[in-house]
Structure formats: C-alpha cells, structure tokens
Design a protein around this ligand. Sequence first.
Ligand code: SF4
Ligand code: SF4
Length: 148
Amino acid sequence: MSTVKVKRSDLKPGEVLCSYCTARCCRYFALPIETPENWEDFDHMRWYIMHGHCAIFVDEDSWFLMVYGDCKYLLPDHRCGNYEDRPKICRSYTTDDCEYDNDGTYDRLFETPEQIWEYAHAVLPPRKKKQKKSQESVHSQKLPVVHV
Ligand code: SF4
Ligand code: SF4
C-alpha cells in the first residue's frame, strides 16, 4: 500500500513532485554487482550485509548493492543544498520513474545475512567441507577488499 499523501495524478500544472517528497532518492545509493554463482559469491554478499546500513536487491535479473545513507548536502527541508554543483547522476534523474510512490518492492530483496545464506542454500549445490584455517593464517590476510 502506498504511503504517499499526494498522488502523481493529483499534481496541478506547474507543481513539482519533489515538493511533496522526503527526498527518498537522496538517502541511498546502489551499485550493480556481479550475479552470484557460487558459495564464495554469496559469502561475500553475506559479509556486505553484516556491516549494516545496506541491502541487496535484484531487479530484472540484475543484482545491486544498496547502501543507505543521506547525502551530506541534503537539507532538513528535503531540498538539495548543493543544487548548482550536484553530480551528473542527480541532474539526470527525473521523477518519471522514481521511487516517490514505490514502496521498496523488488524482484528479490535481502536485508539480513541469514536471508542471503538461506537463498544460497536453496539455489546452490551443497558446499564442500573446507579444512579449518589456523588463527595465524586468518590474521595474516590482507585488507578485506572484494575484487569485483
Ligand atoms: S525524484 Fe522522486 S524520489 Fe527523488 S525527491 Fe523527487 S519525487 Fe522524491
Ligand atoms: S547532491 Fe543534492 S540531489 Fe544529489 S543526492 Fe545530494 S542532496 Fe540529493
């Protein structure tokens, strides 16, 4: 059910939809990620979500990492405080198909590591058992960067 008070169809000539919005599009960003194919891929996703403030969604078979966070230029009244110098992606975004009245429904949405893991168990063949690493080898690993 939509939670917006003013429908797109209610807008009068000259009115801008953003005037009625809490700037939903300025409160996260999303990056495309590789479609997961194996346990390691899902394990990486599980790790992303463990850090909080993010989710993974699938839209038309494309996978995305969504990171929640208000843009530093967002003003208390939901307007852009960097309008003249806002990034290209903000300039090219339009209200035509924006999330003003979408309630965060995606083909798939994963918000917890458990959800990712449960999905992995459903679509992948059983995992092969690995030998335990020693504590020393865990600590000698490099910084936790996933190369995509
Ligand atoms: S583009 Fe859409 S989501 Fe963004 S502020 Fe305007 S109405 Fe809200
Ligand atoms: S620069 Fe302005 S339009 Fe772009 S995300 Fe930040 S507040 Fe929104």
